[in-house]
Design a protein around this ligand. Structure first.
Ligand code: GLC
Ligand code: GLC
Length: 811
């Protein structure tokens, strides 16, 4: 069942009924100011950091769900409704929500009035703008009131929901004509406030929540709105809110718009006040006047469109599969940008107060946005590298505002450092920016410890070699990619963090997954060394890669698939000898991607085992069989009920690994069928089962051992976005940046047909027309560049800023 449809021309998902199975959201903003907005106009905004500088309040896990947002109430002669349906849920005559790239539009009607609510965060301004256009579609004049509403968060979102003995006393506002100022804590150490203004004269306002709602009412029944009487309340402590009341009269056919701006403003320390206790409003006035006319709003909206036109023109696919086109050209790349902006901080599943930026998460996210914003990828790499320690280990997380490593979680996740190499390889292949390797980067952000980035890569690589276990495989530490496989943890205390507790470190638990990751980055890393004048070290690296490969084949092969790990007792994890958890997806994907066991025929056996044991209608589960009881020696993985999360869930992140691995074997059918199973556009039809947004990936879909098999959770902020784009663009469609050019090497189903990709690469545009009338899965027979034959299948870098036509014949 569907709850909407894709409008590919406008690059929107159009939701046609408000009661979607779960709130379906969008992200607004691309620089410092961000908003989350659901299909019923719920959500919240923040400036830079979702925990420290949150402008509006949101109630996670609330009843009813999705409480808190920017709400507009229309009181039309006693009938009160919202253009976004919630919170009154008054039945509408028509409803629609268009989530587009960087904006959302609600279009609804009731009793001859039509409301169009357009919401966006302009480029270059720190605010959320809403234009509410009201049209009288009836034959009679109409007179009604519009009430706006936001509830302010007292900035620190964690304190805001825990520290009530303080919070109920500190709320402060100022009202200045049509602008409401939220200035809690501005009297002391803050240099910022929020402003909520409208571009027309108002007939009243409210800034005190209880006065506006009534003590025992929810957002669905605000007394002020129901009675049509704003209270002109001025908050003092308790819960400051912002609401304007505007009375409108429209002749038949007439329409008028109101423009609301909710903004974040800062003042220098010595210019905070305009007079004692009166905030300096200069920056707010400037902001409000920048968005006070329809023309200004229209031009800000076209800038957003141009911004996305520009980004998405870097990679454009034209194939005969429209679902594939829309994922590749629009939604997958959009989600990659959102994960770039948000990391894992703020979604409808991540509260914005938890983890900062993950070292491995951010390094992998890079795969999905490096072709879109290479210069920001560069900065991200340098930030990540600066949280590394001298011994090559790394902070598992760091805080986005300070860029400092997070002490609470610390280090000890032994895959982390390799992802830095992984990210740098991807960046170099995209940009050819070799000087980045000479950038001076400190360890643990400590001044005076700066060394070239290249040295950080060396420490990363050697960190694995300095931490090998009895089988010559990498020690796992607290966990590898799978945060929940905690082989040194042995936690018996409820509530203890599985990631930081370590009660039984025998020093021998090893990870075959890290071994596969090591072999996969090794050759390109060695190439980086060779080109940086370190030939000796390059050779050593290749030798170590061979040793690691041997170790995997010797002690990491289980007969039909790759082993997952050795636990703290040296016992196998992910082996046919195990009673549960016999087979894990991660080492199969990574070892085969790395080429381990390909020539021996083991790679194919491993992937065949994956399809035999892990496949379901909705994607590949992470492990089989799921653990049915808690295992002290395995940690968090066994804490999840069977079929959820890392315990037998379809953890979408590593489905692309298997898909890529299939392209290594040249099995285009299998690669594409794995791709399609978790790809949201292909599961749109079963939205009632899947439940999260049909336009973006979720982290997890419940596996077959879960009662709710097929149900997705944790949509938006997942490494799945980057890996899926990396997979489809570079391995299935096969347009793959290499150090010296663009390799063309598709691996597709035989009946996929011909297709064209327009790809910007190092300053030039390549229009790559791939002719597959031969019906092949893999193999490039011939290729021309601007009519000239090319030897091999790698296009050299033209670097001339021109457009080039490439004709590729598969065969
Ligand atoms: C989460 C984490 C990621 C980890 C994965 C598997 O998505 O963000 O770092 O690799 O879970 O545990
Ligand atoms: C939990 C989740 C895992 C995530 C981790 C982050 O363990 O199951 O997916 O990576 O938290 O700390």
């Amino acid at each position: 069942m569907k709850f909407g449809y894709f409008d590919d021309v406008r690059r929107e998902y159009v939701i046609t009924r408000p009661d979607t199975p779960y709130p379906w959201i969008n992200y607004l903003g691309s620089e410092d100011f961000f908003s989350l907005i659901s299909n019923t106009s719920g959500g919240y905004c923040f400036y830079k950091d979702a925990r420290m500088l949150r402008l509006t309040r949101y109630r996670y896990n609330n009843v009813p769900t999705d409480a808190g947002g920017r709400y507009f109430y229309i009181n039309d002669q006693g009938t009160v409704w919202n253009p976004g349906w919630a919170p009154t849920k008054t039945p509408l005559d028509s409803y629609g929500c268009r989530h587009g790239l960087g904006y959302s539009i609600f279009g609804s009607s009731k009793n001859g009035l039509r409301a169009t609510q357009t919401v966006f965060v302009p480029i270059g301004a720190d605010c959320e703008v809403t234009r509410l256009t009201m049209k009288n579609t009836s034959a009679e004049p109409k007179s009604f009131q519009v009430f706006s509403f936001v509830e302010f968060c007292l900035w620190n979102a964690y304190d805001d929901m825990t520290n009530f003995q303080r919070n109920f006393n500190i709320g402060e506002v100022e009202v200045d004509g049509r602008a409401i100022y939220h200035k809690s804590e501005y009297r002391e150490r803050r240099n910022h406030y929020a402003v909520f203004g409208v571009n027309t004269a108002i007939d009243g306002f409210d800034t005190d929540r209880e006065s506006f709602l009534g003590a025992y009412n929810g957002f669905d029944r605000p007394d002020a709105v129901l009675e049509g009487k704003p209270r002109n309340s001025v908050a003092s402590g308790w819960a400051p809110v912002g609401s304007h009341c505007v009375r409108m009269t429209l002749a038949p056919g007439e329409e008028k718009s109101l423009i609301y701006v909710l903004g974040y403003c800062e003042n220098p320390e010595d210019q905070k006040w305009e007079s004692p206790n009166v905030v300096n409003k200069a920056p707010a006035k400037k902001l409000l006047s920048a968005f006070s006319t329809d023309a200004q709003v229209d031009s800000a909206l076209s800038r957003i469109k141009e911004y996305w036109d520009g980004l998405l023109s870097n990679f454009r696919l034209d194939s005969r599969d429209e679902k594939l086109n829309r994922m590749v050209n629009i939604w997958n790349q959009y989600q990659c940008m959102v994960t770039f902006n948000m990391s894992r901080s703020a979604s409808y599943f991540e509260s914005g107060i938890g983890r900062g930026m993950g070292f491995r998460d951010s390094a992998q996210d890079l795969l999905g946005f490096v072709h879109l914003i290479p210069s920001r990828a560069r900065t991200r790499i340098l930030d990540i590298a600066a949280t590394q320690m001298e011994d090559g280990s790394a902070y598992h997380q760091y805080q986005p505002l300070t860029k400092r490593g997070n002490h609470e979680v610390g280090s000890g996740f032994n895959d982390d450092s390799l992802w830095l190499i992984f990210g740098v390889i991807a960046y170099l292949k995209e940009t050819g920016d070799w000087p980045v390797l000479q950038e001076q980067v400190p360890f643990n952000n400590a001044e005076g410890t700066e060394v070239p980035l290249l040295e950080h890569l060396k420490r990363s690589f050697d960190h694995v070699l300095n931490n090998l276990g009895p089988h010559g495989l990498p020690l796992i530490g607290r966990a590898d990619w799978n945060d929940c496989l905690n082989l040194n943890c042995f936690s018996k205390t409820p509530g203890e963090s599985f990631q930081t507790c370590a009660n039984f470190e025998s020093g021998i638990a090893e990870s075959v997954f890290i071994a596969g990751l090591f072999v996969s980055v090794g050759p390109a890393y060695a190439e980086i060394l060779r080109r940086s004048g370190c030939a000796g070290e390059a050779e050593r690296a290749l030798r170590e890669v061979r040793n690691m490969t041997d170790a995997i084949l010797r002690d990491g092969w289980d007969g039909e698939w790759f082993l997952r790990a050795y636990d703290a007792f040296g016992d196998k994890v992910g082996s046919r000898e195990c009673d549960e958890g016999k087979l894990f997806i991660e080492p199969q994907g990574f070892c085969v991607m790395a080429g381990v066991g390909v020539k021996e025929g083991l790679a194919q056996r491993a992937l065949d085992s994956v399809h035999r044991h892990l496949d379901t209608e909705f994607g590949l589960v992470l492990n089989w069989p799921s653990y049915t009881s808690y295992r002290l020696n395995l940690g968090e993985i066994s804490s999840y009920p069977p079929g959820y999360k890392e315990n037998g869930g379809i953890f979408c992140h590593n489905n692309p690994w298997v898909s890529i691995a299939e392209t290594v074997l040249g099995r285009g059918d299998l690669a594409f069928s794995v791709y399609k199973k978790t790809c949201p556009a292909y599961t749109e039809q079963i939205s009632e089962v899947h439940r999260t947004e049909p336009y973006v990936y979720a982290q997890m879909i419940a596996g077959r051992d879960a009662p709710r098999h097929g149900e997705a959770k944790n949509s938006w902020l997942t490494g799945t976005a980057a890996w899926s784009f990396y997979n489809v663009s570079q391995f299935i469609l096969g347009i793959r940046p290499q150090f010296d050019g663009l390799e063309i090497d598709p691996c597709i189903p035989e009946d996929f047909g011909s297709f064209t990709v327009e790809r910007k690469f190092r300053g030039s545009t390549y229009r790559i027309e791939i002719d597959n009338t031969a019906g092949k899965s893999k193999g490039v027979k011939s290729m021309t560049l601007d009519g000239e034959p090319v030897r091999g299948n790698v296009l050299s870098v033209c670097g001339d800023g021109q457009k080039h036509v490439v004709r590729v014949c598969m065969g």
